[in-house]
Each structure stands twice: as structure tokens, then as C-alpha cells.
Design a protein around this ligand. Structure first.
Ligand code: PMV
Length: 312
């Protein structure tokens, strides 16, 4: 058979983290330059469909034998076979990803998306994005707690997403290419700890936190307009404002603040923490001219890794 392959991008939250938990809008965007890729190398000698996880150097025998409750990718394969009403042949699928794992960059949703795209192409069916999104969301729900649905939507549609809890997710388009740097602090801080800490603060003093959430919501709405218009100067200023409000929620940390300072001093249009905070990633908005000096400044200020990506 001819080699069949498909890919899917990573994602990052650009605006609205934490406030989104309290009903405010959030914006997440794809990271097109880091991707998961699934390649069907052929049909194997055994009767099992195997997934060879290149990054993990291990092979998963996923289908039909393994229980879908055991692994997200096994569930994904079963859901697809049920959807297409077929028994899948024993494909040998190679999975590879350049998306850092467990970093809030959507690696799980991207791997599932690339896998399902590839398998459906091999079955000569092109899944439309809506169907694919439903399948990937099902996998996310069964294997990753209570996801909002934002990761799978950004990754499948590969477009910016505007999201309000319990409302339908909207995709939109950037009016102009935007260059983003994603800098890793190297510190890990579990999302649920930070989210529950904000909850404690909220319960102790809602009148202090409510206006902060509202303000973050206003910023997210303005940011959507700025992205649509391709207005990167306004967008950068909104990132700085959003970071200050996240500091007021105590979800930044000295390392993140130091990176924000380093990025803006080196010419970034704006910078903020992304995701739950107290570690994890920082994002900086740059131009073609400032990408290199800002990257150098971030690395000098202690970033463990800097990814550059262009949102189109
Ligand atoms: O770090 P991430 O990408 O998992 O984002 C967490 C975002 C929060 O708003 C802090 C939590 C949430 O569930 O929305």
C-alpha cells in the first residue's frame, strides 16, 4: 500500500486562563510549527493494528485486542472503527510528535487527531472536521478528566478558538500572520492545584476577584477583535495587561515575571504566562525582526526551551 500520513498541530491558551473557569471568554490558538504525525507504514504480519510511538520507543498493540478503557489511543481506534462501521486491517502506524508533552500544549489531542485522520484516509474516507472533533473530544473526555473541549477544537480546526464555558465553541481567523514565542520555564505546577488555589481565594474574597475576572474577559473580547484585524500592537498591549491581572490572581511566579520582563525589554510587543501558571509556559508576541533577539533574551533569562511559531 502507499504510505498514508496526516498531522495535527499543538495549541496554546492566549487569553483568559483562570477567568474562563468563572464564565469569562478564553482564546486559544494553534501552534502550527509543532505537530503530531501519524504514518501508516504498511499492513502487519499479525492480526493486530499496532501503533509504534516513536518518541516513547515502544509499540502498542491496540486493536482489536486491548480494552479501550486502557489507553486513549486504543479508544480512538475503536471509536473510529465503530463510526466507519468497519473492522480495521492490521495497520502498522508510526506516531511521532514534536509537541512537548504534559505542558498544556495540546499534545494528547494532536496525537489522537493525527491518528484518526491517517486511519480514515487509509480507509479512503476523509472525516469532516466536525465529526473528527466529536471523536477526539470523546477520547479527551474518557481519558483526560473533564476537558472543556477547547484543545480538540483548536487542534482539529487549526484555527483560533473563542470559548465561553457551556456555550458553543467558535473558531475565527487571524487577519495577519502573528509570530509567537513559547518559552518553557522548566517548572511544573499541576493545573488542578493552581485552579483550586484560585477557588480558595475566590471563596474568601469574591468582591476582590470578580472584577479581575471581568477585566480579563474584556481583554479576551478585545483580543479577538485585534487578532481578526491583525493588529499586533494592540494585541501585545492586551497580553501585558492580562499578565498583570494574572499576577493579581497570584498565579505568576518570579521565574515567569522575569521572562516577561526579559521578553519586553528585548522588544516583544507583549508577553504573558499561558495556562495555569506558577511555572509552565510564557508566550511572547514578536515580529520577524524581534524574534531572534527576544529568543536569545528568554534563553539568557533562564527559559529551558523556546519554540517559535507563526499563526496564519
Ligand atoms: O495549562 P493548561 O493549558 O491546561 O490550561 C489551564 C487553563 C485554566 O484556565 C487555568 C484551567 C481551565 O480548566 O480552564
Amino acid at each position: 500500500m502507499t504510505v498514508v500520513s496526516a498531522t495535527a498541530p499543538g495549541k496554546i491558551i492566549l487569553f483568559g486562563e483562570h477567568a474562563v473557569v468563572y464564565g469569562q471568554p478564553a482564546i486559544a490558538v494553534p501552534l502550527p510549527d509543532v505537530r503530531a504525525r501519524a504514518v501508516i507504514k504498511g499492513i502487519g504480519p499479525s492480526r493486530n493494528l499496532n501503533i509504534i510511538a516513536a518518541n516513547l520507543a515502544r509499540t502498542l498493540v491496540v486493536y482489536p485486542e486491548l480494552d479501550p478503557d486502557n489507553h486513549a489511543l486504543v479508544l480512538a481506534v475503536h471509536l473510529l472503527a465503530d463510526h466507519l462501521k468497519v473492522t480495521l486491517p492490521p495497520y502498522q502506524v508510526l506516531l511521532h510528535s514534536t509537541i512537548p508533552v504534559a505542558s498544556g500544549l495540546g499534545s494528547g489531542a494532536a496525537v489522537t487527531t493525527a491518528l484518526l485522520r491517517t486511519l480514515s484516509l487509509a480507509q479512503e474516507t476523509q472525516l469532516d472536521n466536525e465529526t473528527l472533533n466529536t471523536l477526539v473530544y470523546e477520547v479527551e473526555k474518557r481519558h483526560h478528566g473533564t476537558p472543556s473541549g477547547i484543545d480538540n477544537t483548536v487542534v482539529v480546526y487549526e484555527k483560533p478558538v473563542y470559548f465561553v464555558r457551556e456555550e458553543s465553541i467558535q473558531t475565527f481567523t487571524s487577519g495577519h500572520p502573528l509570530t509567537l514565542l513559547v518559552a518553557d520555564t522548566g517548572l511544573s505546577s499541576p493545573t488542578h492545584h493552581v485552579v483550586s488555589d484560585v477557588r480558595v481565594q475566590y471563596e474568601e474574597n469574591p468582591t476582590r476577584l470578580d472584577p479581575i475576572f471581568t477585566q480579563i474577559g474584556v481583554i479576551a473580547n478585545n483580543a479577538r477583535q485585534a487578532i481578526t484585524a491583525g493588529d499586533s500592537v494592540t494585541l501585545g498591549a492586551l497580553m501585558n495587561e492580562n499578565h498583570t491581572l494574572l499576577c493579581d490572581l497570584t498565579v505568576s511566579c518570579p521565574e515567569l515575571d522575569h521572562l516577561v520582563q526579559a521578553a519586553t525589554s528585548a522588544g516583544a510587543l507583549g508577553a504573558k504566562l499561558s495556562g495555569s501558571g506558577r511555572g509552565g509556559n510564557l508566550i511572547a508576541l514578536v515580529t520577524a525582526e524581534t524574534a531572534q533577539p527576544v529568543t536569545a533574551a528568554l534563553l539568557a533569562a533562564g527559559a529551558k526551551r523556546v519554540l517559535q511559531t507563526t499563526l496564519r
